[in-house]
Design a binder for this molecule. Structure first.
Ligand code: KG4
Ligand code: ZN
Length: 343
């Protein structure tokens, strides 16, 4: 099938989202977030997220259908995030997708959330995703991947050994008293700060690290450095700290991702996941990739954080590359590796 009409369901964390795509064209992407219910806890509470998904899933499916002017009987397949993510949250999406698949007698594709973050860049353009290095930076995961074939062959070149990049943004935002989720707040605050005010450490970037584990990442030392700086300088300018912290994260991520791209001989770097929405990461990536003559691909900021369109995009790719659907007994798995693309 060349241009399948796919409905994609995402419920791995705190966004209940349904996207509808036809081939590579995005028709609708509806997101209902429970983030405000978690804010006072400073992080996502799994039980609260599951309950919110249960309440939101049906209205979100209905809105996506009405926005795209698609009727359920026209859907060719249902795609759903089956992992990784919060197990109770994932199960709501997988159950809804299984029910739709059964009722409509249409195939179901369980897809990997991490690969779906990359697949979203296949929408609304005429440049299909080629073999690429992917810098995947979200709230739960951070890794550098070699993507030879997005529906069949992904290998992990390196990953974080402690916090994910988004997690580091969220924890440092909490230290700075900015609220949750911290990434967008630090991004905004950093615009009025001096990014050279403080030189924070760049994790796993010493010469020996770059030889032994060049593509692994670490952010917990950076978080501790910010915390110590705040204790030693309680009246320091919060915007300067935000800008200097963000600069350290961006610097490390791009140093490593660009080295991976050059070393692998692949011409493209794709940046995906929630942290790919960061304005400074996008700006510096543009500059450095131009200099290194690397083709840079970054999805529109609004499609970097969790959404259903990315799930539908990967489902659509799976169908057009002839991959078999999942069994109806499809379950969810909380700790799926990026290498397991389809379920
Ligand atoms: O991909 P995502 O929506 O969820 C996961 O799969 O984890 O990523 C969420 C993460 C959060 O940690 C959030 O703070 C971060 O992405 N994030 C950002 C920005 N927007 C979202 N981090 C830095 N700058 C941003 N503009
Ligand atoms: Zn995500």
């Amino acid at each position: 099938m060349s241009e399948p009409l796919v409905l994609g369901i995402e419920t791995s964390c705190d966004e209940t989202s349904v996207g509808i795509v036809k081939g590579r064209k995005l028709l609708a992407n509806i997101i209902s977030s429970s983030v405000e219910e978690h804010a006072r806890f400073g992080g996502v509470v799994p039980e609260v997220a599951s309950r919110a998904h249960l309440e939101a899933i049906q209205p979100v499916i209905k809105r996506a259908l009405s926005e795209s002017k698609v009727s359920l009987k026209d859907i060719d397949a249902v795609a759903v995030t089956a992992g990784p993510g919060l197990i109770g949250a994932l199960l709501v999406g997988v159950s809804a997708a299984s029910a739709l698949s059964l009722a409509l007698d249409k195939p179901i594709y369980g897809v990997n959330h991490l690969a779906a973050h990359i697949a979203v860049d296949n929408l609304n353009n005429n440049q299909a995703i080629k073999p690429t290095i992917a810098l995947l930076v979200s709230g739960g995961h951070s890794s550098i991947l070699q993507v030879n074939d997005l529906t069949g062959d992904i290998s992990i070149l390196g990953a974080t050994i402690d916090d994910a990049a988004g997690e580091a943004f969220d924890k440092v935002a909490r230290l700075l008293g900015f609220g949750f989720p911290g990434g967008p707040l630090i991004d905004r605050e950093a615009k009025s700060g001096n990014r050279e005010a403080i030189t924070f450490p760049r994790g796993l970037s010493q010469a020996s690290d770059m030889l032994e584990r060049p593509f692994d990442l670490s952010f917990s030392g950076l978080k501790t450095a910010v915390s110590r700086y705040l204790v030693a300088n309680p009246n320091s300018n919060r915007s300067d700290i935000a800008a200097s912290f963000q600069e350290a994260v961006v610097d490390v991520l791009l140093n490593k991702a660009i080295k991976a791209t050059i070393d692998s001989g692949i011409e493209t770097l794709l940046i995906a996941g929630g942290v790919a929405a960061n304005s400074r990461l996008r700006e510096v990536a543009q500059e450095r990739c131009e200099k290194a003559k690397i083709e840079l691909r970054v999805p529109p900021a609004g499609l970097c954080t969790d959404n259903g369109a990315m799930v539908a995009a990967l489902g659509s790719l799976a169908i057009s590359s002839g991959k078999p659907p999942s069994n109806l007994g499809l379950s969810a798995s909380s700790s799926t590796s990026a290498t397991q693309i389809l379920f």
